[in-house]
Design a protein around this ligand. Structure first.
Ligand SMILES: Cc1cc2nc3c(=O)[nH]c(=O)nc-3n(C[C@H](O)[C@H](O)[C@H](O)COP(=O)(O)OP(=O)(O)OC[C@H]3O[C@@H](n4cnc5c(N)ncnc54)[C@H](O)[C@@H]3O)c2cc1C
Length: 474
């Protein structure tokens, strides 16, 4: 191969691209990172960081309003959205500043980029050659085919965090994690929220009990949840926005001040000229194999642009795999999605890793479920946050966790321990052997595991051994 300007070029400086750049540069490769506008990506500017900042503000408002139950007298909470929006931008700035380490020893260029050949790219009229390329250009809110929606106007995650004045009422189209998180947060900030979900339940990727519990919480906070409903049409009348919704045979018109579209994502591939070099893609994203290689041998792709698990931590995990495979001629690594944790940051949170009960039954023998009400965790009681449960899916003779589904305040924080245990095939008894500090939420996980032990064959065996030993001592 003729001499190339770079060993690796990465397109897109978001969660996946930045991680890939850092790993590749730390391995001594000559790395070019190209982003169309700025570093940080969806997660930093329009996704995880602003949404979790807004959720934090909304939780404080909610807790302050409920503080009288604890014997605290609070005056009414005034919400200044100009300040809230500015504090969210402040958090983004802080996180952005901490990200500068990702581009140490990396050449960074900004501008529109397109492929001229599998090894040549054009950026702002400059030609660049690279041995390998990783595409990590992310995704954008899926365009909607709803009649009249474009003319009516709507918000997405790309503008909602900059609002300095909230609408009095809001229709959210889409009951996935983005719609549900934003729905609860905005309702807590005083917006009258209606979530319209096409499927039979919100959070359809979650265990059905998780969806039901979160639905109950939302409804108890005044959010209207309409499921099994298809939005047919949108229109604007006298400053109000309406959608015509079909639910079975029935059609209804629902009116609000604003519409938020949260109905899926589409890959950012426009302008890259992928078709001219033979990179195969469809509506869901760029096609990759288990090595994250596209249909062109020296071009890899990761993150939201390949579809599948649309999470920051998955993009970062894929970055390690893609960089290794792009730089090393041998010892290629496959992706492994056996243990992928994720969390929907409602309050309480909905946290998941691994298989559902039905999936586990298809893949394993001796599958059982252990459930512990969140209210049984002492820390949950001290924090006055008893809603939820821990549901563990155990499999195999020695019993390993193959799936966990939780609802609870800060439930997402338990996922790290469960994911590590699953990754290393730790058994229930091995996990129980680790001492946990009381009263943390982690003791809740220990309680659930202890319940599993109490009903296990291992306990029966131990009981027999001890019974025999005790009889011999008589
Ligand atoms: C509201 C919301 C909340 C979310 N919350 C969470 C959460 O709590 N936890 C979680 O794990 N995930 C969350 N996500 C998902 C998360 O943001 C994405 O999965 C993650 O950002 C994907 O990383 P990426 O590297 O694939 O893309 P991105 O981080 O979006 O990076 C893509 C980059 O590519 C650049 N780019 C685009 N097109 C081009 C081009 N043609 N040429 C060059 N550069 C280009 C963009 O400017 C961008 O910088 C959330 C998403 C949304 C919308």
């Amino acid at each position: 191969m003729a001499s190339m300007d770079y060993d690796l070029t990465i397109l897109g400086g978001g969660s996946g691209g930045l991680t890939a750049a850092r790993i590749a540069a730390s391995l001594g490769a000559r790395v070019l990172l190209i982003d169309k506008e700025r570093l940080g990506g969806d997660c930093l500017y329009t996704g995880c960081v602003p949404s979790k900042s807004l959720i934090h503000v909304a939780r404080l408002v909610h807790q302050t309003r409920r503080a009288t139950r604890l014997g605290l007298t609070t005056s009414s909470v005034e919400i200044d959205m100009v300040q809230v929006a500015s504090s969210i931008q402040g958090v983004i700035k802080q996180v952005h500043e901490a990200e500068h380490v990702y581009t140490d020893d990396v050449t960074v260029k900004f501008g529109m980029v397109s492929f001229q050949s599998p090894t040549a790219l054009i950026v702002n009229d400059e030609k660049i050659t690279s041995r390998a390329t990783i595409i990590a250009t992310g995704s954008h809110p899926a365009r909607s085919s709803i009649e009249g929606l474009a003319e009516t106007g709507y918000l997405t995650n790309e503008d909602v965090f900059q609002l300095t004045q909230l609408p009095a009422s809001l229709l959210i189209v889409g009951g996935g994690p983005v719609g549900v998180e934003l729905g609860q947060a905005l309702a807590r900030l005083g917006v009258q929220v209606t979530i319209i979900q096409a499927g039979e339940r919100i959070l359809p990727r979650e265990d059905a009990d998780v969806s039901q519990t979160i639905t109950n919480v939302l409804q108890s906070e005044g959010v209207k949840v309409i499921t099994g409903a298809r939005v047919l049409k949108a229109e604007k009348h006298a400053g109000k926005k309406s959608v015509i919704v079909q639910q079975g045979e029935k059609e209804d018109t629902i009116t609000a001040d604003e519409i938020l579209l949260a109905a899926g994502r589409q890959p950012n591939i426009d302008g890259l000229r992928l078709d001219t070099i033979g990179v195969i893609f469809n509506e869901q994203g760029i096609k990759v194999d288990d090595y994250l290689r596209t249909s062109v041998a020296n071009i890899f792709a990761l993150g939201d642009v390949i579809g599948g698990y649309l999470f920051t931590h998955v993009a970062a995990y894929q970055a390690g795999v893609a960089v290794r495979n792009a730089l090393l001629p041998v010892g290629k690594k496959k992706v492994n999605y056996r243990v992928v944790p994720w969390c929907t940051f409602t309050d309480p949170e909905a946290a998941r890793v691994g298989l559902t009960y039905a999936e586990a039954q298809q893949q394993h023998r001796q599958v059982r479920i252990i459930t512990l009400p969140w209210a049984d965790i002492d820390r949950a009681q001290t924090e006055h946050a008893p809603t939820g449960f821990i549901k563990l899916i155990l499999a195999g003779k020695k019993e390993e966790i193959v799936g966990a589904h939780m609802v609870g305040a800060h439930a997402g924080e338990l996922l790290g321990e469960i994911a590590l245990a699953m990754q290393h095939h730790l058994t229930v008894s091995a996990m129980l052997n680790a001492i946990h500090p009381y009263p943390t939420l982690h003791t809740g996980l220990q309680q659930a595991l202890f319940e599993a032990y109490l009903s296990s064959t291992q306990l029966r065996t131990n009981k027999n051994i001890i019974g025999t030993a005790l009889r011999l001592r008589k």
